[in-house]
Design a binder for this molecule. Structure first.
Ligand code: M6R
Length: 602
């Protein structure tokens, strides 16, 4: 039997006094589309029954006001499936046979097969291939026992294994019920004066940011039931009430929107004119506390995935060069095997933009089970990783919506470098360097510079292979450059430690193969330039990203000289280049194929 699921999706729900709930749902889902964009669906309460609309493809052009103009209770979903099944039937919401119960779901019910068999034996008929569909059928079964919708959802949730978030509605109740274990769900509280006039639930805050910035966080193992005027949080396991406080979120809507940019990716690249400085704007005492925690630790591990993992790798060099300290990096998915080295005195530093990455959360659980402390560096405040950490530093980059991570990376690098300087007892020196670098980035990202990179993209856009080399902290940036180019342009790109070329990869170089060389004005500059000469001798078309011109460069992309912050400035032109390679090859850089923004499954 094939395993179909809905692992990484966007959820929206609303109940309250407004009558335009389907419009709000569609608008909210548009802002969650970065989480999944192969199909979408909305269900709303229409008198005493549920109406719905489900479609394959993106929700971007849909007008939600055309679905209904008189509903105050709605749930919606954008789906991203890892295994097959991009069909209307598999889109969410999923229903029971009578279509009285609707459920949207993010994550995986790992035991869905067993539940499906059990429900089929009781006469339930399934119409989709999803794991999600067991939920409305199971809730219906429990309704027979309890007559109470919220209680039936609770009993159903107790049967699910795996990481998930769901929102469920029932045609005969004016309430919305939501539950989570592992996947994010945030509540938005809309008020008029001090009166609550509506509740939102969503996988991420931009979904309701146009209506409210007052939030409450649902934690793992918890559920909620709301009628739009009041809300009750409780434990799924025991049913006992849980108290919650309201928190005001700071990100403005403007920082979450595209503004005049055609794509979020370009907007977020340009945000780096300011966002590096936002990241540097940390409280000195907090940075010193973290530095002390690293000094006190017996073994410090850095964990992150994808781009965040490359920030960790760069930090290995920061800590070594700036503060003479050895730290160990492992990608989240590989960390399990390091548990032999963990002790109560160990420290795990996790890096994540979203704060929801499953492999990172698993690494944290492993570390905590050994009694180790966890420091996180995240962008999304209130995310699962943020809340589960002993210490957290926020990079303050504002919402990052494009799948390709750009401003989050440079923010992560800035905070990690700041910690390295603090460890060396030179926090103020580090701050000064980073603020100067931030100002240089502001100058660098001018229209002429962007146009120059656009022209370079035009020169190499037909190439099918591209290689990037770097040394020291530019080596992880070479790996990161490859990720950026691969994920948005689909060009085969690979990054290497420059000195490794001669041990194998140089065999790939042919006449005209584009080779990007990431250079800094540092002690390894002569070495990397000599590696670039070797590439050129095999016919490589050398694109030098460097503070200084060199005769071996066929194209020179000038970057400011930034000392230990060189990795931060060197990666930015590659982000711009990747963006234009995608656009000029006719690809959508914001929604690359096969990918989604938050990877909430292992
Ligand atoms: O949200 P996170 O920073 O934990 O995400 C980790 C990776 O999935 C992420 O950096 C991914 O590699 C980027 N989308 C690549 O641009």
């Amino acid at each position: 039997m094939k395993h179909y699921n809905a692992p990484m999706c966007g959820i929206f729900g609303y109940v309250g006094t407004r009558k335009d709930s389907t419009k709000m749902a569609v608008d909210g889902l548009k802002s969650l589309e970065y989480r999944g964009y192969d199909s979408w669906g909305v269900a709303w309460k229409d008198g005493d029954h549920l109406s719905s609309q489900k479609e394959i493809g993106k929700i971007s052009t849909v007008d939600g006001s055309k679905l209904s103009d008189n509903s105050s209770l709605v749930i919606g979903h954008t789906r991203w499936a890892t295994h097959g099944g991009v069909t209307v039937e598999n889109a969410h919401p999923q229903f029971n046979e009578e279509k009285t119960i609707a459920v949207v779901h993010n994550g995986i019910f790992e035991n869905y097969q067993e539940l499906r068999d059990e429900l089929k034996a009781k006469g339930h008929v399934f119409t989709s291939e999803t794991d999600t569909e067991v939920a409305p059928h199971l809730i219906e079964e429990y309704m027979k026992e309890t007559q109470d919708f919220a209680q039936a959802v609770r009993l159903a949730c107790k049967r699910f294994s795996g990481r998930y978030a769901i929102v469920a509605v029932y045609s005969k109740a004016d309430t919305m019920v939501a539950a989570r274990t592992g996947s994010p769900l945030i509540v938005g509280v809309e008020k008029e004066g001090s009166d609550v006039i509506g509740y939102f639930v969503a996988s991420d805050t931009p979904a309701f940011m146009a209506h409210t910035r007052t939030v409450q966080y649902l934690d793992d193992g918890e559920m909620l039931v709301t009628n739009g005027k009041s809300i009750l949080f409780s434990s799924i396991e025991t049913g006992e009430e849980v108290a919650k406080r309201e928190i005001e979120i700071e990100w403005s809507e403007e920082r979450a929107n595209k503004g005049n940019f055609e794509h979020y990716m370009l907007k977020e690249i340009m945000d780096q004119k300011e966002s590096v400085a936002w990241a540097v704007n940390q409280n000195d005492d907090e940075i010193e506390t973290v530095a002390q925690a690293i000094r006190d630790a017996k073994g410090t591990f850095l964990v992150g995935c994808g781009t965040a993992g490359k920030a960790c790798m760069a930090a290995e060099y920061f800590f070594s060069v700036v503060s003479d300290r050895h730290v160990n990096f492992a990608p989240g998915s590989e960390f399990k095997l390091y548990h032999h080295f963990l002790k109560t005195e160990s420290l795990l530093i996790v890096i994540s933009q979203s704060g929801e990455t499953a492999d990172v959360l698993e690494a944290m659980n492993i570390a905590k089970s050994k009694g180790a402390k966890v420091l996180s560096i995240v962008n999304v405040k209130g995310s699962s990783i943020d809340r589960a950490s002993d210490y957290t530093l926020h990079i303050n980059a504002g919402p990052e919506r494009a799948v390709a991570s750009t401003k989050a990376l440079t923010g992560q690098l800035a905070v990690l470098l700041l910690i390295a300087y603090a460890l060396a007892g030179k926090l103020q020196e580090g701050k000064k360097l980073l603020l100067e670098t931030a100002a240089q980035i502001n100058d660098m990202l001018n229209p002429r510079y962007i146009d120059r990179l656009k022209q370079l993209a035009d020169i190499i856009k037909q190439k099918e292979d591209l290689y990037i080399i770097g040394k020291s902290w530019n080596y992880p940036m070479a790996l990161e450059s490859a990720i950026k180019i691969q994920e948005v342009s689909y060009i085969h790109a690979e990054g290497f430690a420059a000195g490794e070329l001669k041990h194998g990869p140089i065999a790939l170089i042919e006449e005209g193969t584009p080779c990007i060389v990431l250079v800094g004005k540092d002690e390894v500059m002569p070495d990397i330039l000599s590696n670039a000469v070797q590439l050129k001798a095999r016919g490589g078309f050398i694109i030098g990203v460097s503070p200084e011109k060199n005769e071996i460069f066929d194209e020179w992309i000038k970057v400011p000289e930034a000392g230990a912050a060189q990795a931060i400035v060197n990666i930015i032109p590659i982000q711009v280049l990747a963006y234009f390679l995608a656009v000029q090859r006719g690809k959508d850089p914001d929604m690359p194929r096969n990918l989604a923004k938050s990877v909430t499954v292992k």
